[in-house]
Design a protein around this ligand. Structure first.
Ligand SMILES: [Zn+2]
Length: 493
């Protein structure tokens, strides 16, 4: 949602658990994919032409192009580094050593697991710190972020705290599923993921105040709320004024944004104060119309359904890939914990059978999984069932998420385009000129985030969750279904 790159642990957590930080990917925002602008690779010095509905003044254009190059590089580096960190943890046997250390330190199996996964989250957070800091420094340099380093570090710590609080138990649960159900664990993890996603979407607005201040929109912008209610009346949505919030984004960012979030009792519309301060009310109405479109057109349930269907195959494929990795590297990476005494962390060498069986009753099935040689059917999975083995699964999931990123983004862009159409139709009759209003809003958004007016189609295809600002603005400029007495797709007039 923000310009800043996502942190490494979020990378792992979002793709496996969609717990916590991944939640920001669910609510669709009117903002044009600010985190991943694209380079103008093809452009002979990209200059605004009369056919472009979105353009930047020359000084900002140069900045936007440079910024897009940096962002692309950071995104690629971040993805590869995320994979590399997991690989390094496994290949150096540090993961095996960490597991042995936890077993040495604590008696109860579930506590060992909590310690292992908590340490894992801390390690990956620290590993991602340099790239995250570079991302923040770049954002500050280009005047998009105005957040001080102290506040930024505080957010990072809070984020890690939430990961530890919610992510660790979930990782423990999933790890147990692999142990207890060596053959069908991926299906069971998938089943557990579904309610977790719903819970995450539901809880997202409740966790947001940990990072930013929110207040009812009516408190400071009663006149704007009255106008937004005219859009509500036209769209037939049930977004009451008490579900409209203002976020004090200006403390941290110069970007403009608005989004819908939550489901059921937590459903709401959030507008950044930067947008209310700097955008004309007509343009806020258009953005609100766009967000309303996400609700009216059931984009959140559809995205959730699509995600659930996609994850089914992701987990299935990842389990197969992880199984292959475990067969190929299992011994070298000490996934079964054999020979852990060689590590430098001073842990015991091999667990006794008593230690293995000890712990909660549901863990006794591990004894079977812990002896791969005795059961050929479980042999592939047994190394994955160890704590370090679970990281192999995370690695496979990371690879899958990277490969499938364009597919997810293609769906997202489709929904965003629909919402753009809906938003423009929603303000018809409520503002003087819907086309001009929408084009104005896109130019303001693009300028605030320094969006490249000429992104490479490949980068747009691969990384953009929204169509490029240029695409959106050009469409808006020419979208006039009311000419010659016609009507739009979603409204009768
Ligand atoms: Zn949207």
């Amino acid at each position: 949602m923000n310009f800043a790159r996502r942190m490494l642990p979020a990378f792992y957590l979002a793709l496996l658990l969609t717990v916590l930080i991944g939640l920001s990917s669910l609510p669709c925002s009117a903002q044009p994919a600010p985190s991943q602008p694209a380079p103008a690779m093809t452009a002979a010095p990209a200059q605004p032409t009369t056919t472009q509905a979105y353009s930047l003044p020359p000084d900002k254009l140069a900045k936007a192009i440079t910024l897009s190059h940096i962002s692309i590089a950071l995104n690629i580096a971040g993805s590869l580094w995320g994979l590399a960190v997991l690989w390094i943890l496994l290949a150096t046997r540090w993961a095996a050593g960490l597991a042995a250390w936890a077993e040495h330190l604590l008696r109860r199996r579930w506590m060992q697991g909590l310690l292992f996964f908590a340490a894992f989250l801390v390690i990956t957070t620290l590993a991602g710190l340099p790239l995250d800091a570079i991302g923040h420094a770049v954002s500050r340099h280009y005047g998009i972020s105005v957040q001080g380093w102290g506040s930024w570090t505080g957010d990072l710590a809070k984020s890690l705290g939430l990961s530890l609080l919610f992510g660790t138990p979930v990782l423990l649960l999933f790890n147990w599923l692999v142990r207890a159900y060596p053959r069908s664990y991926w299906f069971r993890i998938w089943l557990f993921t579904l309610p977790l996603i719903l819970l995450t979407v539901f809880a997202a607005p409740l966790l947001d105040p940990i990072f930013n201040k929110f207040e009812p929109l009516t408190k400071t912008h009663p006149a704007l709320v009255v106008r937004l209610e005219t859009v509500v009346a036209r769209t037939g949505t049930k977004i009451a004024p008490d579900r409209m919030f203002l976020m004090k984004a200006s403390e941290k960012s110069n970007g403009l944004n608005a989004y819908v979030t939550g489901i059921g009792a937590t459903k709401r519309f959030v507008l950044w104060d930067t947008a209310t301060d700097r955008l004309p009310d007509d343009e806020v109405l258009f953005i609100f119309g766009h967000e309303s479109g996400h609700y009216v057109l059931n984009h959140i349930p559809k995205e959730l359904a699509g995600m659930a269907a996609g994850l089914f195959f992701v987990f299935w494929g990842s389990a197969a890939f992880a199984g292959w990795l475990a067969r190929r590297f299992g011994v070298r990476w000490q996934l079964n914990g054999v020979g852990v005494g060689q590590n430098t962390l001073g842990a015991p060498v091999i667990l006794s059978e008593a230690q293995r069986v000890e712990g909660p009753a549901f863990c006794t099935s591990v004894a079977k999984g812990g002896n791969p040689e005795t059961n050929s059917e479980d042999a592939d999975t047994a190394p994955l069932a160890s704590r370090q083995g679970f990281l192999v699964l995370l690695f496979a999931l990371s690879v899958a998420s990277l490969i499938l990123q364009p597919a997810g983004n293609s769906f997202s862009r489709h929904f965003e385009h629909q919402a753009d159409v809906y938003g423009q139709e929603a303000i018809h009759g409520l503002v003087a000129d819907p086309q001009k209003t929408a084009v104005g809003a896109f130019n303001h958004l693009g300028e605030a985030w320094l969006e490249d007016p000429n992104p490479s189609p490949l980068i747009e295809f691969w990384e953009y969750s929204h169509p490029s600002v240029q695409t959106r603005a050009n469409f808006a400029l020419h979208y006039d279904p009311w000419a010659n007495g016609g009507h739009g797709r979603f409204f009768a007039k």
